[in-house]
Design a protein around this ligand. Structure first.
Ligand code: GTP
Ligand code: MG
Length: 201
C-alpha cells in the first residue's frame, strides 16, 4: 500500500472525546519506549509525524493520524513506565483501557514488543487481558536492527512458544525496525487487507 498522505489530526485524553467517524483505525500499544511512535513514523514515511523520545513516557495522550484521508493510525501512551506517580499511572491506565475496550472503530490493536527482551510478565498479562476481552490484536516485534537475524528469530520463537502455552491459535506477528524499515511492507499490506475486507462487508 502506498501512503500518499499522513496528517496529524488531534490528541485527546479520553475515548469519549475521540472523533466521531466511520473510518477504520489501527492503534499502537506496548511498554514505554518500545517504539510505538517511531513505528508510526516508519510506516507513514513521515519522520516527524509522531513525537518520539529516548526517555520513556513521551506519549501521554491518544494521538490521531489520518492516513490517505481514509483511515486512522492511533498512537497510545505506553504502559509499565515505573517513574510515574500512582495517580498519573491510574489516569493513563484508564485512558488506555477505555480506548481499547470501547472504541468501536478500532479494527486492530498492534501490540509492540522489543524483540531483544525475554518474554515479560507485564506483556503476557496484557495479552491475556486482550484475550479475555476479545480485542483483535497482532504482535509487532520492534528494534530488529539492534541484534542479529538469528537472535531475532530465536527471540520471536521463544515469545510465541510462551504464548502457545495459553493460546490455541497464535496472533499474527511481524518483525520490524524503525531504522531499517524492515517489516514495513508486510504491516501495510496487513492493514490494506483489513481495510479491503471492511469495504466489502
Ligand atoms: P512512549 O511514547 O514513551 O511510550 O515511547 P514509544 O513506544 O512511542 O517509543 P519511541 O518511538 O519514542 O522510541 C523510543 C526510543 O527507541 C527512541 O530513542 C527511538 O529512536 C528508539 N527506537 C524506536 N524504534 C526503534 C528501532 O526500530 N530501532 C532502533 N535502533 N531504535 C528504535
Ligand atoms: Mg510514543
Amino acid at each position: 500500500m502506498k501512503i500518499d498522505k499522513a496528517e496529524y489530526q488531534t490528541s485527546l485524553p479520553s475515548v469519549e472525546l475521540c472523533p466521531s467517524t466511520d473510518m477504520p483505525e489501527y492503534a499502537f500499544i506496548g511498554r514505554s519506549n518500545v517504539g510505538k511512535s517511531s513505528l508510526i513514523n516508519m510506516l507513514t514515511g513521515y519522520s516527524k509525524l509522531a513525537k518520539t523520545s529516548a526517555t520513556p513516557g513521551k506519549t501521554m495522550l491518544i494521538n490521531y493520524f489520518l492516513i490517505n484521508r481514509a483511515w486512522h493510525l492511533v498512537d497510545l501512551p505506553g504502559y509499565g513506565y515505573a517513574k510515574r506517580s500512582k495517580s498519573e499511572h491510574e489516569k493513563l491506565q484508564r485512558m488506555i483501557s477505555g480506548y481499547i475496550l470501547r472504541r468501536q472503530q478500532m479494527t486492530c490493536l498492534f501490540l509492540l514488543i522489543d524483540v531483544r527482551h525475554e518474554p515479560q510478565r507485564i506483556d503476557l498479562d496484557f495479552i491475556e487481558w486482550l484475550g479475555e476481552n476479545g480485542v483483535p490484536f497482532a504482535i509487532v516485534f520492534t528494534k530488529a536492527d539492534k541484534q542479529s537475524r538469528a537472535r531475532n528469530l530465536a527471540s520471536v520463537d521463544r515469545f510465541l512458544k510462551v504464548l502457545s502455552e495459553q493460546w490455541e491459535e497464535l496472533p499474527p506477528h511481524f518483525l520490524t525496525s524503525a531504522e531499517t524499515r524492515e517489516g514495513r511492507e508486510e504491516l501495510l499490506q496487513y492493514i490494506a487487507d483489513i481495510n479491503q475486507s471492511l469495504r466489502e462487508a
